[in-house]
Design a protein around this ligand. Structure first.
Ligand code: AHR
Length: 674
């Protein structure tokens, strides 16, 4: 959360972060000698963790509402602002008289203690009057598309009215699709209609309207509009963004945060029990970590179904009694016990059979089968809890309770603890420049293998707004070579944040992997670098000796003085950071060797590649290259595919060959072992 504090957190991890370049890159020579990579195919130094590449997600940057979650109506239960029906406007044709207001006197249900009242005093048969929703930066219209509209309404006395639901352009000139629901009357009832567009041009400057041509009073309790979703899930996800994720072949999903898990109060944390059950019964909550309303349409079951849809395993983060920036800190012991129980209930919801209390609840919601679960995480970034012993005590209480009831689960800590030994520790690394990220690419080479396994649960080279540019992709790829090479230790990793809505006001945290607006989405160069690694991770890490690796000088940023110090920040000595990074893995099923090479330099980089310990290499292989003309080159909503990988056949390969890597490039060379 706080970059400055976070740097301190990272320093807390110990001395292994220092001096790595010297130990890990013994072959570094200054000068113009051609670098040599010697791959020893008979020396497997580690196995690539099958769960190395995954996703991390939370409600930030309009990740779900206005992002992945398919709902198109904003403020669908009128709770976003208790004072006025934000995102709703009254629409009426000339001569019609009507008003619209929130009506707490007519609550929709116990979770939604208000409704939207439309009072129509004067309207003639030819006119219409109604309520319009502006959506999340508009309502997306696509050609030949079916939308499912649902609403709950009731009327005054014995009134029965027709309601027209429609998607209309903001200038009022075009109605793209409409349907008539007749006989809206009586007490709260659900109504549904299908809207189908014709062969129109895609557009976003539209709104969703519910209107009538009869006088009287109508109350609306909940209004929803869904486009087609991934796997046709009724409460499902936007297809284009799901496709981008599916292409990454992620192995897990860490959810629901991040700071979103914690909130700044007990009410505004992720209260999972408020996110399950029918969407009309979910109260929603103000996400005070990122300061906007969350409908909680993306609730616990939807996260799990998202995992199911993309064949990812859930990594379930449990609320651990600590609020963002210490706003909540629950003492270990009896005070914490209800939260421990809440976490056990949550695990039962995920994994319990339909005969358990919470498994039965999941079954009632339409998912009788239990979900697989191997990892749970206790809290988020608890190094920010500076109270001595606090996280240690909280973690131990959760750990003991979870291990007693679910001994098969792996329990992840978010900060070092002493009371018990966590199975895995979650480390976060946000770096502010490509050089800084690259300077850490060898950190894990010398980390002792005596402690817990590592989950790099958040990491990113934060260069580029809103999404990372090529320079960031080069930093990220350099870092990924280090995680992959050390995958015996680093068993899981996930970039953060995953998403950003690029519309004005959509972003709370810069440098996010995937961008989108109301209609379109795109992957950043960093997204493509990850996809290249994840699609070619292999399962054996091969020993690589790198010699004559080129470097460039980098000036690390000044370090902050001790808290309260008036001394100027110390300026560390400049460092030499390699411009060439690599690692090699093999797919033992087919013998393919994946040589990943990152050339951060702005010039073509010839590299001699030597292989030993195998019968030979086919003369023909494949090169996948992500490169740019400048490190600032990037993708954007208007230029979504400026920097994308290209694939080409390469010939002349063998156990000794030279390949020239493009300037500013991330590369996977696929060598077919004989
Ligand atoms: O990724 C953005 C935020 O960074 C996460 O919510 C938090 O865990 C970290 O500080």
């Amino acid at each position: 959360m706080l970059d400055e504090d976070f740097a301190g957190y990272l320093r807390g991890f110990g001395p292994w972060a220092l001096g790595i370049l010297l130990t890990a890159a013994p072959g570094i020579l200054l000068g113009q000698t051609t670098p040599v990579l010697h791959i020893q195919a008979d020396q497997v130094t580690a196995h690539v963790s099958p769960s190395l590449y995954g996703l991390m997600t939370e409600e930030i940057n309009y990740s779900y509402d206005g992002g992945l979650y398919g709902e198109l109506v904003r403020n669908r239960n009128f709770k976003e602002d208790a004072r006025e029906p934000v995102h709703w406007t009254l629409v009426r044709e000339r001569g019609a008289i009507a008003s619209m207001s929130l009506d707490p006197g007519q609550p929709f249900n116990s979770a939604v203690p208000t409704s939207l009242k439309l009072s129509v005093t004067q309207v003639t048969g030819a006119q219409s009057v109604g309520i319009a929703n502006d959506g999340f930066w508009g309502i997306p219209v696509r050609p030949n598309t079916r939308y499912r509209a649902t609403f709950y309404a009731k009327t005054d006395g014995g009134l029965s009215v027709p309601i027209t639901v429609a998607i209309v352009s903001n200038d009022g000139a075009t109605t793209y699709a409409s349907a008539l629901v007749s006989g809206v009357s009586g007490n709260w009832q659900r109504y549904e209609a299908t809207l189908t567009t014709k062969d129109v041009k895609a557009s976003a400057d539209n709104h969703f309207v519910l209107s009538t041509n009869k006088p009287g009073t109508i109350w609306f309790g909940f209004v929803s509009l869904f486009p087609p979703t991934w796997n046709d899930r009724p409460n499902g996800n936007r297809k284009d963004i799901m496709q981008l994720l599916a292409d990454m072949k992620p192995s897990f999903l860490r959810f629901p945060g991040g700071n979103y898990l914690e909130g700044r109060s007990l009410e505004t944390r992720f209260v999972w029990k408020n996110t399950v059950g029918p969407i009309t019964q979910r109260p929603g909550h103000y996400d005070d970590s990122w300061r906007y309303w969350s409908s909680d349409g993306m609730g616990l079951l939807e996260f799990l179904e998202w995992c199911e849809d993309l064949h990812m395993q859930p990594v379930l983060a449990l609320y651990a009694g600590f609020g963002l920036r210490g706003t909540v800190r629950i003492k270990p012991g009896p005070e914490l016990q209800p939260y421990v129980q809440d976490a056990l209930d949550e695990i039962e919801y995920v994994t319990g059979s339909a005969s358990t209390t919470w498994g039965a609840q999941r079954a009632r919601e339409g998912h009788p089968e239990a979900f697989p679960l191997h990892y749970v995480e206790v809290g988020n970034e608890d190094s920010f809890d500076r109270e001595p012993g606090s996280y240690d005590g909280r973690f131990t209480q959760f750990f003991d309770a979870i291990k007693t009831r679910y001994p098969q689960l792996q329990v992840i800590a978010t900060a070092p603890v002493k009371g018990v030994t966590p199975d895995v520790i979650d480390e976060h690394y946000y770096r502010n420049s490509e050089d800084e990220m690259a300077s850490h690419a060898h950190d894990y080479d010398t980390r002792p293998r005596t402690g817990p396994k590592v989950f790099v649960g958040e990491w990113a080279t934060r260069v580029g707004v809103p999404t990372p540019n090529m320079s960031a992709a080069l930093g990220d790829a350099s870092w990924m070579t280090g995680m992959e090479r050390n995958s015996d230790l680093v068993i899981m990793s996930s970039y953060a944040p995953l998403f950003v809505n690029v519309n004005p006001g959509g972003m709370q945290w810069r440098t996010d992997l995937i961008g989108y607006n109301t209609l379109n989405s795109y992957g950043s160069p960093a997204y493509y670098a990850q996809k290249m690694f994840s699609q070619h991770h292999g399962d054996d890490v091969l020993k690589v000796d790198a010699q004559s690796v080129p470097t460039r000088e980098w000036q690390p940023p000044a370090r902050r003085g001790a808290p309260g110090s008036t001394q100027p920040a110390a300026r560390p000595a400049p460092e030499q950071v390699p411009t060439l990074f690599c690692d090699a893995t093999r797919d033992s099923k087919n013998g393919a060797i994946y040589l990943k090479v990152v050339n951060r330099a702005g010039t073509p980089q010839p590299v001699k590649v030597e292989l030993s310990g195998l019968a030979g290499i086919d003369a023909s292989g494949q090169a996948i290259t992500l490169s740019a003309n400048s490190p600032e080159d990037t993708n954007s909503i208007t230029e979504p595919e400026k920097v994308v990988p290209v694939s080409a056949t390469v010939s002349g390969l063998g156990t000794n060959f030279t390949h020239t890597f493009a300037p500013y490039s991330v590369n996977v060379l696929i060598l077919n072992g004989k």
